[in-house]
Ligand binder design. Sequence first.
Ligand SMILES: Nc1ncnc2c1ncn2[C@@H]1O[C@H](COP(=O)(O)OP(=O)(O)OP(=O)(O)O)[C@@H](O)[C@H]1O
Length: 328
Amino acid sequence: MLQVTNLTKFFPVAAKTPRWMPGGKQTQYLHAVDGLDLTIQPGESVGLVGESGCGKSTLIRLISRLLEPTAGAILFDGVDIGQIPVGDFSHSAQRAKLQMVFQDPSDSLNPRFTAFDTITEPIRRLGSKQDQRRLQQRATELAQQVGLPPELLSRFPHQLSGGQKARVGIARAIALNPTMLILDEPTSALDVSVQAVILHLLADLRKQMNISYLFISHDLNVVRLLCDRILVMYLGKLVETGPTDDIFNHPRHPYTQALISAIPAFEANPHRIPLTGEPRSPINPSPNICRLYGRCPKGDDGCQQAAPNLQPINDYHQVACHYPAYPQ
Ligand SMILES: Nc1ncnc2c1ncn2[C@@H]1O[C@H](COP(=O)(O)OP(=O)(O)OP(=O)(O)O)[C@@H](O)[C@H]1O
């Protein structure tokens, strides 16, 4: 269904070397996505997890052709969509089959569109031509499928609750019977009780429609509920992949272990490994975890001590790996 090979995105960042130094000012590159391979089978639900700044959004913007890759191929349903120019992709046949559900429904819905306009927009843009009565009928079917009362179809986003807006975004995404959905933290902006309802809706839709999911989340519990397999991303690379239960029960990579041990529990966990940005705990000093990746403006000494392999470049920390040799 989806096969990504050696996908790479480098962003140019301002060079730190002053112009007057030998060699002059050189452009350096931030390796947001760094030679990444992944495959998703038909009907499979795959979770992508990783800390803030590891490259998740860049990866999905590449797959959904919102960004041009530096290198690599993106094969979707046998077509190398990486070759379709970014401007043409939104009108292509592949776009109809590859849909997205975005993070915050309040931000992603057009405030000037009613729920009906939003849900039927992909049909009008990419589907077969349909009269208004048929569109109304399809919008009602979709609203029922996602649990949105059809009488709300005439409302604008500001007249809907967070959960209702999330349902509108999902109805829009499934309007053209896609084979794959990319879900970018679809429930992170919702309060916890609504989150659970929307996650169950997504699980049900997958069963009914046999759609593949690429599900991005910070929340491992959410991924556990919805995904067959997990990809763990760190500094632009996949550092571990495996069936969900294996990743939870036997995480192999130190970063995955840190992520899993950070899942909130009722009792304090003495073996918890601090994640990036957290103060190191006296119980587990965790010397190889960079606490400041992406946030340290000048590569400070504390950071150097916390991660001896760290090599600050410009305003970012670019490192091959903070961890000791890891058995692949
Ligand atoms: N257009 C850009 N130009 C330069 N750097 C960028 C650009 N977009 C993203 N980056 C950098 O690429 C890295 C990866 O960013 P990305 O948004 O993909 O991370 P993320 O894992 O999605 O983070 P979050 O979970 O916080 O959304 C970050 O260091 C970010 O600052």
